[in-house]
Design a protein around this ligand. Sequence first.
Ligand SMILES: *Cc1c(COP(=O)(O)O)cnc(C)c1O
Length: 369
Amino acid sequence: MKVPFLNLRAQYQDLKNELDTEILECLDKGEFVSGSRVREFENAFSEFLGVKHFCACSNGTDALYLILKALKIGPDDDVIVPANSFIATAEAVSMTGATPIFSDVDPETLLIGSEQILAVLTGKSKVVIPVHLFGMPANMDDINTMANKHGLVVVGDAAQAHGSRLKGQDIAQFCFASGYSFYPGKNLGAYGEAGGIATDNEVLAETVNILSNHGRVGKAMHRFPGSNMRMDEIQGAVLKTKLPHLDEWNKKRQRLAAEYSKLLKGVGDLLLPHEDGNRENSYHLYVIRTSMRDELQVYLEDHGVSTGIHYPLPIPLQPAYADSGIKSTDIPVCADMAGRILSLPIFPEMSSEQQEYVVATIVSFFNNV
Ligand SMILES: *Cc1c(COP(=O)(O)O)cnc(C)c1O
């Protein structure tokens, strides 16, 4: 049996008629950038998240950049980010000229909390970016209390957390603003690059909209130098067509995750994802930890199961951030997890036969070592 890491073609086949009609209509009508379908998606997604505004843009990295830029973050500022994220979280900070300050994470949840943030807080820290990594909501009550006390603005990186909830409320409602990515492989994926910003703050929403559209306030009036970070109309068409299915897809991911957690409990030295009653994880990724990660990954690959590692090297240990001066001993939890984590296949179209095969293969690996 072959089990892919994810299967974007299966999802397309399921919705092919609707998607083809929507995409062809963009071409037919000659609507290519930021048209009515993008507006429709913005309205629908802000409603889904329970926030006042959703501003579409070019991708998730630009979404975070636009938020920071609207907050006037620049070269004199520090922005706290977790060391274990996709590099884009830090890149968005660097794009503004500010300095990313890398924080370690909690060993159980693999997310930052007030304790880790306080440990790296500098006098120039203006913003903290909790990343709801793998779909697991960060502990926002804890982070917000601490951020209020220290005058930090809380900006969520929700690129892996479409529909992740805390006590029944979407994580977007707990952050001043959140950046979303709709890269094809995310829980809600476009057919190209796309992203956006969720916020209740009207001024922020207006500013990111202007910034992403050349600083434009009238047809030929530009208030400040902005950029072109708009969303393509075809991506708007794809996203508005897919959005009504997001809840059902997330529920399928959650059922698969619950099944993995049930079947893999006590197998080998596996550490399974943290679970608690307050956090509704959208399971963008199902990440296990084991001291035999590399051997297990090769064994799975040899038996037709594709896996991933998110991410093999903490951001500050990448050549790109060598000037941070951070050593692995400064971020012991992130450095340790990088050598142990393995992302198992999880996608809404995954069959129970496929999942049973993945589990059986993992069990047979541990029975043979
Ligand atoms: C995907 C991702 C991003 C960046 O999104 P792009 O749309 O690829 O620019 C940022 N942060 C995290 C955690 C991500 O997973």
